[in-house]
Design a protein around this ligand. Structure first.
Ligand SMILES: Nc1ncnc2c1ncn2[C@@H]1O[C@H](COP(=O)(O)OP(=O)(O)OP(=O)(O)O)[C@@H](O)[C@H]1O
Length: 358
């Protein structure tokens, strides 16, 4: 069911031309909603953020927040950055180095017209909420990465922004700090009643923090939806890699899907026509010889690469299809996992998913 237009806080069609590159991104965000914008390098994420922040003008389209036009080139409407009620958090948190944490957070409210005492009070409240009351008088260089990032978030939220823009907010943090900061961020975003756009390369950030994912490639939306739908049914190679699945396109006749002139797979679902077939690397078993007597899909493959992947090894295979397989150290010990080695790959039909590509 589509949302009524009135529920939208942000209503935009961001069209930005930069040389040969064109961003063409319809984007709506409801009050309190967190949307993650994902895409490979050069997809246009930063361009979209800059357009929303008023650092780049739209070439066409429109940008409206709470019914107020911020940018509408056809109507010559343009609201400059400093008059847009936004909060911004960047990956390298860009705090003012010469100001204390408190004064960094008070800076926004001051600029939005609050008196000095009120602004400092609001900043102190935000630092308390972030668990940083004891660090209020510290300068940024006296804070850890995670603390500095929480100050940056407090600074962005202290202006009670209608639109919160988060640009890779956790990317600069080490793994442990990232986990904690992600959990805190989740709490604060849940309480934020404005619209939030989170730009990230990290699928985990998107899955944990966002209500909806918008994935762009080369300036265009390739897939959009909630995390469950996208992780179950990726529609491009980038999205499949993002969610950790092997993905192929082919032509189905019942459970049989032809992926190329001389290769096909039997899948767990029945379809007719163009479909995607997806399965996780953990569904691929490797054998030194052709396994017999099983109803599995099997094919000969050559090891192209081996990487650690959590507690397992992720094996890249060439052959009739390129495929990633996860094997346990125990299974790996029985195979010679060196590039160039020939093996047999097997996938149970029941562990594959097929869904229409149309
Ligand atoms: N100042 C510029 N002038 C012309 N083209 C630009 C400019 N800045 C970026 N581009 C082009 O715009 C496209 C989108 O870049 P953008 O930085 O928005 O991508 P991104 O998704 O943020 O990538 P990344 O993940 O690498 O940060 C790229 O093709 C880039 O080459």
């Amino acid at each position: 069911m589509s949302e009524p237009a009135g529920a939208r806080l942000l209503d935009a069609h961001l069209v930005v031309e930069r040389g040969d590159f064109r961003l063409d991104l319809p984007l709506t965000i409801n009050p309190g909603e967190v949307v993650a914008l994902l895409g490979p390098n050069g997809a246009g994420k930063t361009t979209a953020l800059r357009a929303l922040a008023g650092l780049l003008p739209l070439s066409a389209g429109h940008l409206t927040l709470a019914g107020r036009e911020w940018d509408h080139p056809d109507r010559r409407v343009w609201i400059p950055t400093e008059r847009r009620p936004i909060g911004v958090v960047f990956q390298d948190y860009l705090l003012f180095p010469h100001l204390t944490a408190l004064d960094n957070v008070a800076f926004g409210p001051r600029r939005h017209g609050l008196g000095r005492q009120q602004a400092r009070q609001r900043a102190a409240d935000w630092l308390t909420r972030m668990g940083l009351a004891a660090h209020a008088r510290r300068k940024p260089r006296q804070l850890s990465g995670g603390q500095a990032q929480r100050v940056a978030l407090a600074r962005a939220l202290a202006v009670e922004p209608a639109l919160l823009l988060l640009d890779e907010p956790l990317a600069a943090l080490d793994a442990g700090t990232r986990l904690d900061t992600r959990a805190q961020l989740h709490r604060h975003l849940a309480a934020h009643t404005g619209a939030t756009l989170l730009v990230t390369h990290d699928p985990l950030d998107a899955l944990v923090l966002a209500d909806r994912l918008v994935i762009i490639e080369d300036g265009h939306v390739v897939q959009e939806g909630d995390a469950a739908t996208i992780t179950a049914r990726p529609r491009t190679d980038y999205v499949a890699r993002l969610v950790g699945l092997n993905l192929y396109r082919g032509r189905a006749a019942g459970q049989r899907v032809r992926l190329s002139a001389d290769f096909g797979l039997t899948t767990g679902d029945r379809h007719d026509g163009e479909v995607f077939v997806a399965f996780p690397p953990s569904a691929v078993a490797l054998h030194p010889r052709q396994p017999d007597g099983s109803p599995r899909n099997t094919w000969p493959a050559t090891i192209a690469g081996v990487q650690r992947h959590g507690d397992n090894l992720r094996i890249q295979l060439n052959g009739p299809i390129e495929v990633a397989a996860d094997v346990t150290p125990a299974a790996a010990a029985q195979l010679r996992l060196v590039p160039g080695q020939r093996v047999w790959a097997a996938v149970k039909a029941a562990e594959t998913r097929a869904y229409p590509a149309g």
